[in-house]
Structure formats: C-alpha cells, structure tokens
Design a protein around this ligand. Structure first.
Ligand code: KIV
Length: 281
C-alpha cells in the first residue's frame, strides 16, 4: 500500500519534517524509492529540465501522463502527486474534474497539485468532494510567469503578503491536504504553517515549513541553465556525466573500447557449426 495523505498530516502533528522531490522517470523513481522518500511530485518543471521548454506553460496533459506512468512503474510505497498543467483546470470545473481523473485513472497517481489561490479554490473543492486529493501551490506560481512578469519572490509587501495568506485560507477551506509554498519570505510561511492543520511544503520558503520540496535535477546538479538561490546541489551529476561521456568518446576513438570484457565470441562448437556455411576469415 502506498503512503496516503493521512501520513503527511500525522508527520506534521509529530513534528517530523517531510522530504519531497520531483520525479520524472523510472530510474530516478527507483532511486527515490530506495532512499525512502515518502512523497514525490511529477512536476510540470519536467517541461524545463527534461523537455527543454522555456517555461512550464508549454507542458501538456500528455507530457505529465507519460512521465507519471514511468514514475508509478518505478515506485511501490511512495505517494505520487502529479501537477495539473497550465490550462488543464482553469476553464471549467468539468475540465478540471476530467483532467484530474485522467491523472489518477490513466497515470495511476494518488493525488494532484494545482497552482493558484482564491481563484481556484471552488474547483479544488469540487475535486476534493469527488474523492480527488488536492495539493495546493501558492506564492510564486510558475504557470503564471507571463502574468507575474518573471520568477519573483512573492509576499514582500503587505498587499502581496495578505493575498498569500488569503490564498492559503481559501485553499485550506476548500480541502487541500497540503500546500506548496514557493519563493516567499520565511516570516510569511511561518504564519501559514502555524495557522493551519495541513502540512506546508516549502521551496524557497524557509525552514518553518513542515516539509521541503526540491527539483531532482537541482539537487543532483544536473541542470545548469538556471539554478535558483533556494536550490542546493547534493551532487554534481552534470560534470560527472560529461566526464564519463568524454572518457567513452576517447576510448572509442583510441580503439580502447570495447575490451575483451564487453566482447561476445563464438564457442568452439558454434565456430565448428559455422565453418563451411560462413567464411569466418
Ligand atoms: O513543477 C514543480 O517542480 C513544482 C515544484 C517547484 C513544487 O511545482
């Protein structure tokens, strides 16, 4: 049985921090499973770090579904939450229900994440009442990058901070089981974390949150196009992979690969059977 949303509420009550990472493919999902991560996100950040889109706006339902299925195949215990991509839920409640249901039924995920506050709360409520667990996402919401005018820290003035608090309140009332707080001052995330019974998961939201989420490629030092200040490299995979590929190229060019270790030979019996039929030079 996979981890359920109840576990994350229990972890908050117990004061046990919740580590969360994004996952996009079978192999990394298996590593995260072995590392006993309780919760992974098939984030629309896959648009940038895996598919090379400029922003997450281009990500489609099919993109998320394709990667969610791979992550599900690589995990057994982890709770997998998938992002509802841009414009997969904004138009109507029916659209939101249909697409969330696709992620759960076709993708196999256990819950969905939606960006936005007050403006999406009524749709969140309909999904939750239909039996679909929803994680909220407020503060910096990358799908709105064109409206916000860049990847800016939110909540730095009273008006913006009040909006974030109102967003949190309306989503909690709508029934979200957890809230991602992205790129907001630690003072604001502390208020939200202390005010509501659901877990807050921060990314660039300081240390008061109940959990932390990071993009896998940032943690592993695998994506160098743009590294936000709130990311910390726990590995340097870009350079390691580059070095490995260069070594391989040099070995092939220098006739040092393959070696006997990687070569298949015919056995004496197979060789004897070939003689006469094939000219083995
Ligand atoms: O898509 C994503 O990776 C996210 C995280 C930044 C929370 O939404």
């Amino acid at each position: 049985m996979r981890n359920t949303i109840n576990l994350f509420k229990q972890m908050k009550v117990a004061g046990e921090p919740i580590p969360m990472v994004t996952a996009y493919d079978y192999t990394s999902a298996k590593i995260l499973e072995e590392a006993e991560i309780p919760l992974v996100l098939v984030g629309d950040s896959l648009g940038q770090v895996v598919l090379g889109y400029e922003t997450t706006v281009s990500v489609t339902m099919d993109d998320i579904l394709h990667h969610a299925k791979a992550v599900i195949r690589g995990t057994q215990k982890i709770h997998v939450v998938a992002d509802m991509p841009f414009m997969s839920y904004q138009a109507t409640v029916v659209q939101a229900l249909r697409n969330a249901a696709r992620l759960m039924k076709e993708g196999g995920v256990q819950s969905v994440k939606m960006e936005g506050g007050v403006e999406v709360a009524s749709k969140v409520n309909v999904l939750v009442n239909a039996g679909i667990p929803v994680m909220g996402h407020i503060g910096l919401t990358p799908q709105s990058v064109n409206q916000i005018g860049g990847y800016r820290i939110q909540g730095r003035n009273p008006e913006s901070a009040k909006k974030i608090l109102k967003d949190a309140e309306s989503l909690v009332e709508a029934g979200v089981y957890a809230l991602v707080l992205e790129a907001i001052p630690s003072e604001i995330s502390k208020i939200i974390t202390k005010s509501f019974p659901i877990p807050t998961i921060g990314i660039g939201a300081g240390s008061f949150c109940d959990g932390q989420v990071q993009v896998f490629h940032d943690l592993m030092g695998l994506f160098k196009d743009f590294v936000p200040r709130h990311a910390k490299n726990y590995g340097n995979l870009y350079d390691s992979v580059l070095l490995a590929v260069k070594d391989y190229v040099n070995d092939v060019k220098g006739n040092n690969f393959p070696t006997e270790q990687q070569i298949y030979h015919l056995s004496p019996t197979e060789l004897a059977a070939m003689k006469g039929d094939i000219d083995l030079c």
